[in-house]
Ligand binder design. Structure first.
Ligand code: SF4
Length: 186
């Protein structure tokens, strides 16, 4: 069990941006994924509590993965911990591949929207490399005004603009470097 000495609220820090990877699991297998192969690991909430004990305010929190829709219980538990540890959060950001949209995930999104003072946004990842998404799932999510489909016109230009880590490194880095070498700079 992780234990970190609680810090008095007056000595806690404010954070402008923080990213918490809520799970390493994913239900897609995109070739441009910077995360690499998925792992059957979810965020241990003890770490979130230990982290929040040091913080009094977060401007923006990104809840990333893996695929966050697979762990709605973790998404809601992070709000519970923030309340218990008196951490104020201005806004949130979640990107989902929308392959699975459960009621629990929808409820978790509503809870985040209600919890954050300036609210936040949810992006549905959609580009050449993600699997096609069930239109019903998109309709369900887009019923919320804070949900948007993103990257619709993004085709990554043969890998340029990607972060070359994980599978993106394996699939695109070599060809990208070759393309750069072929550019005539004179
Ligand atoms: S890019 Fe996103 S949806 Fe695709 S495999 Fe990686 S984490 Fe999953």
């Amino acid at each position: 069990m992780l234990y970190i000495e609680p810090v008095p609220i007056s000595k806690r820090v404010s954070i402008s941006d923080i990213v918490i990877e809520v799970t390493r699991r994913c239900n897609m297998n995109c070739c441009h994924c910077m995360r690499g192969e998925p792992q059957n690991i979810d965020m241990d909430l003890n770490y979130v509590r230990a982290l929040f004990k040091q913080i009094d305010m977060i401007s923006n929190i990104t809840l990333s993965g893996g695929e966050p829709s697979l762990v709605p219980h973790i998404l809601t538990s992070i709000i519970d911990i923030a309340k218990e540890e008196e951490v104020e959060i201005d806004s949130f950001y979640i990107a989902t591949n929308a392959k699975v949209v459960t009621d629990e995930f929808m409820k978790a999104l509503i809870k985040w929207w209600l919890f954050c003072r300036d609210n936040g946004s949810v992006a549905i990842s959609s580009d050449d490399y993600h699997e096609n998404i069930d239109e019903d799932n998109i309709r369900k999510l887009e019923a919320f005004r804070f949900v948007e489909k993103r990257n619709e016109d993004c085709h990554y230009n043969h890998g340029q603009g990607l972060i070359y880590e994980g599978r993106a490194a394996e699939y695109f880095a070599a060809s990208h470097i070759m393309e750069l070498k072929e550019i005539d700079y004179e």
